[in-house]
Ligand binder design. Structure first.
Ligand code: ATP
Length: 231
């Protein structure tokens, strides 16, 4: 459903993406693995229309996005969970979720909220708590659930493991697996190669604005990736 071809993105004189190509099929889980500064965030922001590409194309369902605005790309079924989660800390968990579902027809909001609580039971127990008092792992779950509220066909998640203790990373990993099992396509950007390869069917490894290798997760060895590209 997503095809990125030869994408080039610049910030002024700095070229952050030097011609990146990737695809995500319907219901597929794909990872972008790479160190700090590789351009993962820039890639997700370009796909979701927050940054304009200097060259190359983003196609969703075979349609070239060109200069399509971010809210239109969201309407096509692409949700973006940003780096740092962007939880609204002074709003309740319930209201954070409602924000994610604001475009759903009225009758669907409650049932979608119930599905999110099934997927992330911890959120159901904390609906009235403020977003800001949740733990880091819970905030990541909330950010993912908020992104899913809109019933996207593709959920893009930027660095879900960032700042989380290893045990909590395991909880987020399990949550992501449930998202994939529910049939939503996922594109996850991660420095944590272990998490990325466990969630994704396929992975692209990025280093300084380029894809240096890609393949099925089962064929990519975490240790050799770490040694060769991510050290
Ligand atoms: P991180 O894990 O830190 O998010 P990343 O792989 O997501 O890393 P990007 O944040 O996309 O990488 O950054 C890619 C390159 O673009 C870096 O060299 C960065 O310094 C540069 N860059 C990112 N945002 C901007 C900006 N707003 N203005 C100028 N340069 C930027």
């Amino acid at each position: 459903m997503l095809a990125v071809d030869s994408l080039v993105t610049r910030y002024g004189a700095v070229e952050a993406l030097h011609g990146v190509s990737l695809t995500v099929g319907p219901g597929e889980a794909v990872a972008i693995v790479g160190p700090n500064g590789a351009g993962k965030t820039t890639l997700l922001r370009t796909i979701s229309g927050l940054v304009r590409p200097a060259a190359g194309t983003v196609e969703i369902d075979g349609r070239v996005m060109g200069r399509t605005a971010a809210h239109r790309i969201a309407r096509l079924g692409v949700s973006h969970v940003p780096e740092g989660r962007a939880i609204l800390s002074t709003l309740s968990v319930r209201d954070n979720l409602l924000m994610g579902g604001y475009r759903l027809p009225g009758g669907e909001i409650e049932s979608r909220m119930a599905e999110m609580i099934d997927l992330f039971p911890v959120l159901g127990r904390k609906l009235d708590d403020l977003g800001g008092v949740l733990s880091g792992g819970e905030q990541q779950m909330l950010a993912i659930a908020r992104g899913l509220m809109a019933k996207p066909r593709l959920l893009m998640i930027d660095e879900p493991s960032m700042g989380l203790a290893p045990r909590i990373v395991g909880d987020v990993l399990e949550a992501l697996k449930r998202v994939v099992a529910s049939g939503t396509a996922v594109l996850v950007a991660e420095q944590n190669a272990g998490l990325a390869l466990e969630v994704a069917d396929r992975a692209y490894v990025m280093v300084v604005g380029e894809v240096v290798t890609s393949g099925r997760s089962a064929d990519l060895d975490e240790n050799s990736l770490l040694e060769t590209y991510l050290a």
